[in-house]
Design a protein around this ligand. Sequence first.
Ligand code: SF4
Length: 343
Amino acid sequence: MESESGGLLKAKAIGLFSGGLDSIIAVKILQDQGLHVEGLAFETPFFGSAAARKSAEAIDMPLRVIDFTEDHLAMLKAPRYGYGKNMNPCIDCHALMLEKAGLLMAGEGWDFLFTGEVLGQRPKSQTGQSLRLVAKLSGYDGYILRPLSALLLPETIPEMDGRVDRQRLLDIQGRSRKRQIMLAEKYAIKSYSSPGGGCLLTDPVFSHRLKDLFSACKNPSIRDIELLKVGRHLRINEDFKIVVGRNKIENDIIEGLATAEDSLVDIPDVPSPIVMVPGCGDEETLRQAAEVCAFYSDAPKDVAVEAVVRRGGQKTSLMAMAAERDYVRTLMIERPSRAEGRG
Ligand code: SF4
């Protein structure tokens, strides 16, 4: 599309921006064509926007941050296209981000969307088929430009209508980072976050805990998810698990996350972890929580010790013998099986 003076009309694009090298290069390629570009980063309890904020500041690009926890969590429980190696539903997650970005584009009059995705860089979520699927699922097929691999992908609407010069887009594909490193030098990009880093849903241990939470609770709260990030997690029975602090910092975090509904157990006479029983716990669960607490505390292992249970401002106590090491190991949620650990 040409302006009256014969030059390309200056288009404006908003894109998913992680702060990684590929997303910075995508921005630079479009800025090279004189386009106005802004970034969009998303936040949930599973990933934040710190890297995006840092990189956006470094390249002096406006960045919008959207917390879409509620929609993301609803999708995460049953992603239409399933999970990756761990609990990462990358296809559905990307589609949801692009759907949100598309709504913004349509509502605010942006010309098109862009991402820093590279064809074939990730085995499941960045195949040609997945990129097409994500675009279709988002509802904005045709408006999503991937500047790094555009020459290998079908022409998009902004290329067709002349807002973007297709000849100046790239044909990068695969896992090699050589061309991106060269482009980083060309554009003098000095710092960027590592590719794919920072999403807890790709972490095997966190994923194992999350899977356990979903199987025990239909509607976990944000607090329940925050708890997954701290301590050791042990499942006592179908209804209750316990969370054991591993050091003073974790004990403080666990106390800080406790509500009036939760029980907190410790052994006051010796250095001891804080053990939380989310959702108060029945008598048997509290007894086991006290035994596990005694096991991880400095209390002698061959005599019963006094454990204190706090809940909603009330205190009770019970006598508990430290649980056996082998028994404690059987309760651990975060121990992925060997197969899962490799997966
Ligand atoms: S790695 Fe995490 S943030 Fe990225 S697409 Fe997958 S689930 Fe979403």
